[in-house]
Design a protein around this ligand. Structure first.
Ligand SMILES: Cc1cc2nc3c(=O)[nH]c(=O)nc-3n(C[C@H](O)[C@H](O)[C@H](O)COP(=O)(O)OP(=O)(O)OC[C@H]3O[C@@H](n4cnc5c(N)ncnc54)[C@H](O)[C@@H]3O)c2cc1C
Length: 411
């Protein structure tokens, strides 16, 4: 069986950045595996700009952002197997690759899971009604329009205010479609506040909160949808049903980390993030198996996914060199009041940690507190907190000396 030092599964922003970083820091035996013919993951279909503001201090389109990494990949002569899918992953860190060239079982000393995420579908949200043509997930519509040059519809309703849906509202408008409304079941948008302004408000597209689609009409093609207002418990308010004529319904109702391979290998999955449970070295419960990017938790910006890939590269190198000493004990990190999830899930208390978290609803003028029972380790004032925005707070190992527990909370 072929043995490699590091195999990275997935060549999106996280996997690409991880591969480049590994080479930069002197790991020579790296293999990057990508199931698509083209490297870059989802960013290939994101032709709008706004990528790279943090990593390159420039506003790039998705393909331009990817090109920056692909150039460096070529410069370092990194081994890439594209059009090749990892179809099985085993606990002993072996995996089966399948491509046009055939199938092969290989093993790695360290594996980086960077498989990204996929979209929630109409089936996943139990949408009632028939299944006529004209219902797309926002990402599929994005791909059809931006890569295949296919216009998906003329009169469009968007269900869900996730970022992909917001970006598609603007894209469809610029292409001449009428985006009639965006409906969101929550009392706040699930997309970034800046996308609400730049993709909806700038184009006069209404966003109706606490509202959802209850029925789709149409046989061959969507002819309209019924939508209702929701009460504070998320239940439809009787009598609030309305009908809007449209030929297209776009769904932007969430992203799911792609962890079928991780589960097969026995990687523990977190119930809230849907990604692997990792410690402060981004290592899963399987020694030498790391995770980065959207497969770990859905990021708001591709830049953060790349940065996570680079961080994981550092840990993977130290793992290969036997320098990633086992922690004497792991402390579970608790997502306290107001926090939906926090990463990493386990810490040793022996190394500095940049905690990443999302809040469970919008807050204004609050404190983010990191504490060990009654002892406050860190406290930071924040003006605005929004569930769509990934937040972070840095804590040094000295500050965690002697801790018995750790909780991140909003106060
Ligand atoms: C539809 C959609 C649209 C988006 N639009 C925007 C946007 O406009 N702006 C923005 O900032 N962010 C956007 N995002 C989020 C952004 O794409 C992510 O933050 C970023 O792409 C995450 O990078 P990643 O490397 O973790 O995952 P991805 O970019 O998803 O890359 C994962 C890669 O892994 C590959 N892969 C998966 N499984 C296997 C396997 N078994 N074997 C081999 N390869 C595999 C996939 O083909 C893919 O190339 C969007 C996300 C989605 C899903």
């Amino acid at each position: 069986m072929i043995e490699r030092d590091v195999v990275i599964i997935g060549a999106g922003p996280a996997g690409l950045a991880c591969a480049v970083k590994l080479k930069e820091i002197g790991v020579s035996d790296v293999l990057l595996v990508e199931r698509e013919k083209k490297l870059g993951g989802i960013l290939n279909q994101c032709i709008h700009d706004g990528f790279g503001l943090h990593n390159f201090k420039e506003s790039l389109t998705g393909p331009e952002y990817i090109e920056r990494y692909v150039e460096r990949l070529k410069k370092f002569n990194i081994d890439v197997l594209s059009d090749t899918m990892v179809v099985n992953l085993f606990q002993d860190k072996s995996m089966i690759l399948s491509g046009p060239w055939g199938r092969e079982r290989i093993r790695a000393k360290a594996i980086v899971l960077a498989m990204g995420c996929r979209e929630r579908t109409a089936g996943a949200i139990g949408l009632a009604g028939s299944r006529p043509a004209g219902i797309y997930t926002a990402g599929v519509a994005q791909r059809l329009m931006n890569i295949d040059n296919y216009m998906v519809g003329n009169e469009v309703v968007i269900l869900g205010s996730g970022d992909v849906g917001l970006i598609m509202a603007r894209r469809l408008t610029l292409e001449g479609a009428r985006v009639l409304m965006v409906l969101e079941k929550l009392p706040y948008s699930s997309g970034l506040p800046r996308n609400i302004v730049q993709c909806l408000e700038d184009y006069g597209i209404p966003l109706y909160l606490k509202t959802t689609v209850t029925k789709v009409y149409g046989k061959a093609r969507v002819e309209g949808v019924e939508y209702v207002s929701l009460d504070d418990d998320g239940k439809p308010i009787p009598g609030s049903e309305r009908f809007v004529k449209c030929d297209t319904l776009l769904l932007s109702v969430g992203l799911i980390p792609e962890n079928e391979l991780s589960r097969e290998a026995g990687v523990e999955i977190h119930p809230i993030t849907g990604g692997p449970i990792v410690n402060d070295t981004y290592q899963t419960n399987i020694d030498g198996v790391f995770a980065a990017g959207n497969v770990l938790h859905v990021h708001d910006l591709a830049d953060w996914a790349s940065m996570e890939g680079e961080l994981v590269a550092e840990f993977a190198k130290r793992y290969l060199e036997g320098e990633l000493s086992k922690a004497k004990r792991w402390i579970d990190v608790k997502a306290g009041k107001g926090i939906r999830y926090v990463l990493p899930h386990k810490i040793s208390g022996e190394r500095d940690v940049n905690f990443l978290f999302r809040v469970d609803s919008p807050y204004k003028n609050r404190y983010i507190i990191v504490r060990d029972k009654d002892r406050v380790i860190k406290k930071r004032r924040v003006i605005n907190l929004h569930p769509a925005v990934m937040e972070n707070i840095n804590v040094k190992s000295e500050e965690m000396k002697g801790i018995e527990s750790l909780e991140v909370m909003v106060e």
